[in-house]
Ligand binder design. Structure first.
Ligand SMILES: Cc1cc2nc3c(=O)[nH]c(=O)nc-3n(C[C@H](O)[C@H](O)[C@H](O)COP(=O)(O)O)c2cc1C
Length: 251
């Protein structure tokens, strides 16, 4: 078993997997790590759908175009969840506040689900398994995916995670320097950050030209801004309005 340092600092996204099932005790550890995730108010405003059915995985692959969903041993779909608290509240005859569709309620659910994803990722890494987060499960066709997973109202997709035995050892991607990631006591000035950001842009450009696999001449900033431009076309607003009543632009 890897120690925490190895699991965190040696982690990279793995998108190709061996055809090998994950032992039940390893899955149990991952699920217990998910279960013990810290959550806002201990409200545990999240749920996970563990997809192991091959036909369902292939359907989700067809929707998202993300091949790792088809080949992984298990695909976990992390959702924000206000449905189960509604059930528990109704059992007590309590009035249910309409918290989910507020900006704070939505944020709380997304944080809880995201932390649960990270718990699963670190547990899986420590077991020598490989993982890849899959945001396309939220953006490609969330209404269709929610229908396939039988998500009730009050539950909405946040992100997916593929897990399996690695069939590749991708290069570690260079990350932004600590100077622009961890700011000491106050946010750094633009002047302080510019040289670090330029240096990182050059580092990524160099990395993209030399890495194993597909090589490009992409830098960091242009490439990510292009992603953001494209991502502005993913509209999950109507999906969130349907699932949790979130009204975009109003709350
Ligand atoms: C919220 C989130 C969503 C992501 N969605 C996808 C995805 O849909 N498809 C994919 O191939 N990788 C996805 N990734 C993986 C990122 O591309 C990857 O983490 C990033 O390039 C950094 O590389 P590394 O994980 O190897 O350090 C996602 C990562 C996160 C955190």
């Amino acid at each position: 078993m890897k120690d925490v340092k190895q699991a965190l600092l040696g982690r990279r996204s793995v998108r190709r997997y061996e055809r090998q099932a994950i032992e039940q005790e390893k899955l149990d550890f991952i699920y217990e790590a998910i279960r013990n995730t810290p959550t806002s108010y201990n409200g545990q405003q999240f749920s996970v759908i563990a997809v192991t059915d091959q036909t369902l995985k292939e359907t989700l692959y067809a929707i998202t175009g993300q091949k790792q969903i088809k080949t992984c041993a298990v695909f976990l779909v992390f959702c924000l969840d206000y449905h189960k608290l509604r059930i528990a509240g109704e059992l007590k005859g309590s009035e249910i506040p309409d918290y989910a569709p507020t900006v704070d309620g939505y944020t709380v659910g997304v944080i809880d689900a995201s932390l649960a994803l990270m718990s699963a990722m670190v547990a899986a890494e420590s077991l020598g398994l490989g993982c890849c987060a899959v945001g396309y499960i939220r953006t490609a066709d969330p209404s269709k995916v929610s229908e396939l997973l039988s998500l009730p109202k009050g539950v909405a997709i946040v992100c997916g995670l593929t897990i399996g035995y690695p069939r590749e050892e991708p290069d570690m991607k260079p990350k932004l320097p600590l100077q622009v990631v961890v700011h000491q006591n106050q946010y750094s000035s633009d002047e302080e950050m510019r040289p670090w950001l330029s240096a990182y842009d050059r580092e990524i450009c160099q990395y993209n030209q030399e890495r194993s696999g597909d090589r490009t001449t992409n830098d960091w900033a242009t490439h990510i801004l292009d992603y953001h431009r494209e991502a502005m076309n993913h509209s999950i607003a109507s999906y969130l309005e349907h699932q949790i009543g979130l009204k975009s632009g109003k709350k």
